[in-house]
Design a protein around this ligand. Structure first.
Ligand code: GLC
Length: 581
């Protein structure tokens, strides 16, 4: 293994002398090894973060220009969605070369410099690894198509003859996560219809065969490639889908645990144990974060056993409506399920796949489900903004790691009026235009009040790849920077307090039915963190009910999500407060 690699040594170990605001950025060997248990991880969608070269697409140069912003925001790590060479048929989740940066985003040398510079500021880097499928432009898939049926090249994928006499029927009736079928028929060199290949997502994303040793070996090498370049960890895309039942049966009506032919197969755990061994072989062990969408919390936490992943995204919480009972239940279930495996929970309000919280929480149905996304859903953005601010303080007060998707710290809403012809997300097209797709949460960030792209790119550069709403100057970093009442200011204060409040470093959470002298009802979330002999502890109260909650006598308010310019007399509906009892 390669902890002796020159780049590793400079990027990971030599920055122990640098300091960042409010904390030491010392990351010397052995110290802070469990940083991922309580880290704040900021998700950068490189295409939409900042455009350094003015071509309308975000890039690594743009990220490097704004690293100071991320340091001041108070994040511990950045997770980059895929930046590799890709036709961008699925925003980069269709990788043609896992060891090179797409020229639209920059170069490998820039990625190495970025990782090192971020680390100098005390910010670690997590890269996205996409193991379930590759791009149809990946050399393996091109070779497989060229080599023809029965070739060893095709064994790295799932090529099958069709059913029926002429092979014209699909090998299975599995349904794609992007809707529609999961098989596409190839054409043989003589022009006749050939075998079919499997793709759980779009046809441009053929699934790999994880029973093949090349596939396993290749991914372990990809992990090492990025770990050797200073990546502190990986986010594992579609982590529960890799392994398929080689008999390719139909999906049973009610599959029991481990019985689904392509979701949550027991054999997956061998893959992650092998990856954990790679991650642990570094002097500063690297971290595995799984994208695991599973409704069964016990099956979910099996991925978090001590020799598998370190953490996985908590989508259960993310998908819940703005409802005290639903959120309390999710928090309790999450913490109870994680405790036996010793893994920290994660708290995620959104990401590049889901409707922005400001929009979601402003709707009559504030839960999230892919299948429910529709154009024209009535939304009260003021309500959504109040709730999203309260939600930010709620998640920042919970024990575990916290993910912040770029732009949520600015309170950006989902952009719902993108011209249809500009929507690139395959989810939109494959739904026959019914599902708006995910581009509404991927609109380029506004940095300045004015300018042709609100500072996303240099003035006079090419227009951003997706148009920004005209009002976004008012939501820009520049507009919010000095405004104490802004969502950006709230995030900065919350992340700073999360770092300095000893109570929030304690792993426990205690639900309260009264805060000081004030009893709280079922529609109020109230819990304490830390506290004990000599330490005051911290209480978080979120009012999701219709009535204001009185502040307890002598309460010391640390932070709240209402307007900070006005005295906080009571905890109004949809307001969260951090108190010292
Ligand atoms: C994950 C990604 C999503 C992508 C899909 C297929 O769910 O988050 O953006 O479309 O995997 O790779």
């Amino acid at each position: 293994m390669s902890s002796s690699c020159a780049l590793c040594v400079t990027s990971l170990l030599s920055c122990s002398s640098t300091r960042r605001r409010g904390r030491s950025s010392s990351v010397s060997k052995g110290q802070d090894a469990e940083w991922w248990r309580s880290a704040v991880i900021y998700q950068v969608y490189p295409r939409s973060f900042a455009d350094g070269n003015g071509d309308g697409t975000g890039d690594l140069a743009g990220v490097r220009q704004h690293l100071g912003y991320l340091r001041d925001l108070g994040v511990d790590a950045i997770w980059f969605t895929p930046w590799y060479v890709s036709p961008l048929a699925d925003g980069g989740y269709d990788v043609a070369d896992y060891r090179a940066i797409d020229p639209q985003f920059g170069t490998l040398a820039e990625a190495e410099a970025l990782i090192a510079e971020a680390r100098e500021l005390g910010i670690r880097t997590i890269v996205d690894v996409v193991p379930n499928h590759v791009s149809a432009e990946h050399p393996w898939f091109r070779d497989a198509l060229a080599a023809g049926p029965g070739s060893p090249e095709r064994e790295r994928f799932w090529f099958r003859p069709g059913r029926g006499e002429g092979g014209e029927e699909l090998p299975t009736r599995w349904v794609s996560d992007f809707q529609g079928t999961t098989w596409t028929r190839t054409t043989d060199p003589d022009g006749t219809p050939g075998e079919w290949y499997l793709h759980l997502f779009a046809p441009s994303q053929p699934d790999l065969n994880w029973d093949h040793p090349d596939v396993r070996r290749e991914h372990e090498e990809i992990l090492r490639f990025w770990f050797d370049r200073g990546a502190a960890g990986i986010r594992i895309d579609s982590a529960a889908l890799l392994v398929k039942d080689p008999a390719l049966p139909e999906v049973p009506e009610h599959p029991g645990p481990g019985e689904h032919p392509h979701v949550d197969r027991d054999e997956l755990h061998d893959v992650y144990r092998a990856w954990r061994a790679v991650a642990d072989s570094y002097d500063e062990p690297r971290v595995l974060v799984g994208e695991v969408w599973l409704p069964d919390t016990d099956r979910f936490t099996r991925f978090l056993r001590p020799d598998e992943m370190h953490t996985a995204f908590n989508f259960d919480f993310m998908a819940r409506p703005w409802d005290a009972k639903a959120l309390r239940e999710s928090i309790t279930t999450t913490l109870d399920a994680h405790a036996p495996v010793g893994a920290p929970a994660t708290w995620v309000l959104s990401n590049h796949d889901v409707t922005r919280p400001v929009t979601r929480y402003g709707r009559a149905d504030s839960s999230f489900a892919f299948a429910a996304k529709r154009f024209g859903t009535p939304t009260d953005l003021d309500l959504g903004r109040r709730r999203a601010r309260a939600a930010a303080l709620l998640v920042a007060a919970l024990p575990g790691a916290l993910y912040v998707y770029q732009g949520d710290e600015l309170g950006l809403p989902e952009v719902e009026d993108l011209p249809r012809e500009l929507i690139q997300d395959p989810m939109h097209d494959r739904s026959g235009g019914i599902d708006p797709g995910r581009d509404g949460c991927r609109v380029p960030l506004p940095w300045t009040r004015g300018g042709s792209s609100f500072g996303f790119g240099p003035d006079g550069g090419a227009p951003p790849w997706l148009p920004q709403p005209a009002a976004w100057g008012g939501l820009s970093v520049e507009a919010q920077d000095a405004d104490l009442a802004s969502t950006l200011a709230l995030y900065r204060r919350a992340l700073a307090a999360r770092r300095t409040e000893p109570a929030l470093h304690d792993r426990r959470l205690r639900w309260l039915d009264a805060v000081g002298d004030v009893p709280v009802g079922d529609d109020v979330l109230a819990f304490a963190r830390g506290g004990g002999p000599g330490t005051p502890g911290l209480v978080c109260v979120v009012n999701l009910g219709p009535e204001p909650v009185p502040l307890p006598a002598d309460a010391d308010v640390v932070l709240h999500s209402a307007d900070p310019r006005e005295p906080l007399a009571r905890i109004a509906t949809d307001v969260a407060v951090w108190l010292r009892p």
